[in-house]
Design a protein around this ligand. Structure first.
Ligand SMILES: Cc1cc2nc3c(=O)[nH]c(=O)nc-3n(C[C@H](O)[C@H](O)[C@H](O)COP(=O)(O)O)c2cc1C
Length: 173
């Protein structure tokens, strides 16, 4: 294992529970693979834009649309994030539960990397992922007890990540 992509979704930075939980996985991987490099994608420190019309139109195979008024367009973000993803031998995702589901920072990342014709293809058999499978460690933190609230976070990740080919999911809760 050479490259580990560490994606963190909490606004609480390095004090965040999900971050600290994910650091345990990072430490275990570093011990196992001392030469592995860890690339951090901090979704709070560098927030991703919502997808723009240029991106939405491109996905619908329509012409036109406009990029974000400032900064990189969603298509450029998407290309960059997909390259990061492809280059990683393992992913470590740290996320809190927000309102029974994933925080919007992580949803924005997914909107950029789950891309028709690039990371998955739509076929008569359904959506088929194009990414090579690799281990994905997912550290989840939540304030309330699991049994006393709906959970649209773990089932959602179990549905969306395999859509792009990432099936080897290992939850750390
Ligand atoms: C906007 C928001 C919504 C939240 N919604 C939930 C929730 O639905 N269920 C829950 O158990 N905790 C909820 N929490 C609490 C966090 O999941 C909890 O504090 C978690 O440990 C924070 O992780 P972090 O330190 O990695 O950010 C919410 C927190 C915030 C800020």
């Amino acid at each position: 294992m050479k490259k580990i992509l560490h994606i963190t979704a909490s606004a609480r930075g390095e004090e965040s529970v999900s971050y600290l939980l994910s650091q345990q996985t990072i430490a275990q991987l570093r011990a196992q693979y001392p030469d592995a490099r860890v690339l951090r994608r901090d979704l709070w420190a560098e927030p991703l834009p919502h997808v723009d019309s240029l991106y939405s139109n491109a996905l619908a195979r329509k012409e036109g649309g406009a990029p974000h008024a400032q900064g990189r367009s969603s298509l450029a973000w998407s290309d960059l994030l997909i390259e990061e993803l492809k280059a990683a031998d393992a992913l470590v995702i740290a996320t809190p539960m927000h309102n029974f589901t994933l925080p919007s920072s992580l949803k924005a990342w997914l909107d950029h990397v789950v891309r028709i014709g690039v990371t998955f293809n739509s076929t008569p058999e359904g959506k088929i992922g194009t990414l090579a499978d690799r281990p994905v460690y997912i550290a989840i933190s939540r304030g309330g007890a699991r049994e006393r609230q709906p959970d649209f976070l773990e089932p959602y990740l179990r549905a969306i990540l395999p859509t792009i080919g990432l099936k080897d999911l290992r939850f750390v809760d």
